[in-house]
Design a protein around this ligand. Structure first.
Ligand SMILES: Cc1cn([C@H]2C[C@H](O)[C@@H](COP(=O)(O)OP(=O)(O)OP(=O)(O)O)O2)c(=O)[nH]c1=O
Length: 201
């Protein structure tokens, strides 16, 4: 039996996108969700924000489900933000907020940062890293933005769009990992898993 068979991934996420993406690794996994305060306070760089929140999400699941987690578990936490000229955009508070974000993002480039934290239940060891992808959005009219918001798609997404959905039509091109934009940088995650002795391939 290889190490791969003996470890179990625990995805600390309520995001349907992350839950879908974790399956691509073809490793045994389960999902545990906890409530985490996503306030990081002022003065942190985007990379620090997503790394800190990813670690917090993994640690919260470890704390909350301590007694029932498998000894061989590796908890995965992740967080995604959109960054436009130094301004960090999370999920919109309401439709008005979404309109403001999309109006600011249209017709220019921004960066999507996703953090990943791996917490080894047995040892408490944590690995954290992040990935950045540049996204070039097409110019949009106010009417297009309003109609996109009316579909409901932007409301639970960082930056108020989903590249994997109808948002694909408003993205001109990207530089970097597509999955990082969707919310889980699978390639980086596989590298971190390898560092814990779990080979994906
Ligand atoms: C930019 C972008 C973000 N997103 C999503 C990914 C994340 O779910 C969300 C960013 O919010 P997060 O706070 O990173 O995650 P979450 O609250 O949805 O889930 P959890 O904390 O339980 O893991 O935005 C897309 O689905 N597509 C996109 O193109």
């Amino acid at each position: 039996m290889s190490i791969k068979d003996r470890k179990k991934l625990i995805l600390a996420s309520s995001s349907p996108r992350r839950q879908e993406l974790i399956r691509t690794l073809r490793l045994p996994y389960e999902i545990r969700v906890s409530d985490v305060n996503e306030d990081t306070g002022p003065g942190l760089a985007p990379a620090e924000i997503v790394e800190q929140l990813s670690g917090r999400k993994a640690a919260a699941v470890c704390e909350m489900y301590k007694s029932e987690l498998p000894e061989n578990g590796i908890i995965i936490g992740s967080d995604t933000v959109v960054v436009l000229e130094g301004r960090v955009l999370g999920k919109p508070r309401d439709e008005r907020d979404a309109f403001g974000m999309l109006s600011a993002l249209q017709g220019r480039a921004h960066h999507v940062y996703s953090g990943v934290a791996l917490l080894d239940v047995a040892t408490g060891q944590t690995l954290v890293d992040h990935q950045v992808t540049a996204v070039y959005m097409k110019p949009l009219t106010g009417g297009q933005i309003e109609r996109y918001i009316r579909t409901g798609e932007p409301m639970d997404k960082a930056g108020s769009y989903a590249i994997q959905g109808l948002g694909a039509t408003i993205v001109e091109r990207i530089e970097g990992d597509y999955f990082n934009v969707v919310g889980l940088p699978i390639s980086l995650l596989s590298e971190l898993l390898e560092r814990l002795g779990i080979t994906v391939l």
